[in-house]
Write a protein that binds this ligand. Structure first.
Ligand code: PQQ
Length: 252
């Protein structure tokens, strides 16, 4: 039987997955270098809205699978961060902050809420994440949130690069990224301790790394779909129609 990694080695192996984080995706690289067009920034914001609004649904699915009140008490904070709550010390809940970001890049709030610009590939990728959380154990689903280990850096790179490169965006719109810096750090401490405690054998540790890779694949695929449509000009049904005829949410 294979020897398990020590706790520290296991943590290092999880951290090493950062090399596949979507901060390295060519679309993000172009964004931080100031090379994105207005249309590309808008497309990214409108598409990512689907990720933002799915996160609390995913977190509710994790809680629904968890019978431990201590874990739920901690985990529920993630839902409140996104949905907003009067006791929160931050300015807006994450969803509202993202809508402000959308408005500050020139998107129509209602069109974003209607998910008008959400590409099928983005929807499929995000739905895979939510569906995984529904059917996996809560510890496996907690592990899948560990891409947040790498998220503070990505939020910081937007705060650093956007005001220089995209002066047309109202800086108030960047509130979301500022708020997430501390929230992501807190979330990841909890998710990491659950993962290090739960995945103990060599097989379980390999499974945890595979789950983290699954989540990295989701984030990468999401940007691939955006790149196809808005960088390579191959949106769905190219050559047939230039209208966004693709399906909308089937579940409401
Ligand atoms: O902007 C980003 O690139 C990015 C990435 C991720 C991530 O790594 O999953 C999250 C977020 N943002 C984010 O804002 C967020 O609230 C969040 C929650 C989660 C999660 O898996 O539970 N990931 C992320």
């Amino acid at each position: 039987m294979a020897q398990p990694m020590t706790r520290d080695e296991f943590q290092q192996a999880l951290l090493a997955k950062g090399q596949y984080y979507h901060i390295h995706h060519p679309f993000h690289q172009a964004m931080y270098a100031g090379k994105c067009t207005k249309a590309q920034i808008r497309a990214w914001v409108a598409n990512r809205f689907y990720y933002q609004t799915s996160i609390p649904v995913k977190d509710a699915a994790i809680m629904a699978n968890c019978r431990d009140p201590e874990i739920r008490r901690e985990w529920v904070q993630r839902i409140l961060d996104h949905d907003g709550h009067k006791s929160l010390d931050c300015k807006w809940g994450g969803i509202e902050a993202w809508l402000r970001l959308a408005e500050s890049v020139g998107l129509d709030r209602q069109e974003v809420l209607d998910e008008k610009w959400v590409l099928p590939g983005v929807r499929f990728a995000v739905d895979a994440y939510v569906n995984f959380a529904r059917r996996a154990t809560w510890q496996e689903a907690a592990c899948s949130s560990l891409t947040e280990l790498f998220a503070p850096e990505i939020h910081q790179s937007r705060l650093d690069s956007w005001p220089n490169h995209y002066a047309w965006i109202d800086p108030e719109g960047l509130t979301y990224f500022r708020q997430r810096l501390s929230q992501a750090r807190r979330d990841v401490e909890h998710g990491l301790s659950i993962t290090l405690d739960h995945f103990q054998t060599a097989e379980q540790q390999a499974q945890a790394l595979n789950i983290l890779q699954f989540k990295l694949d989701i984030l990468w695929s999401l940007l691939d779909a955006i790149s196809m449509a808005y960088e390579f000009e191959r949106p769905p049904y190219v050559g047939i129609t230039d209208k966004p005829v693709w399906h909308h949410a089937l579940d409401r």
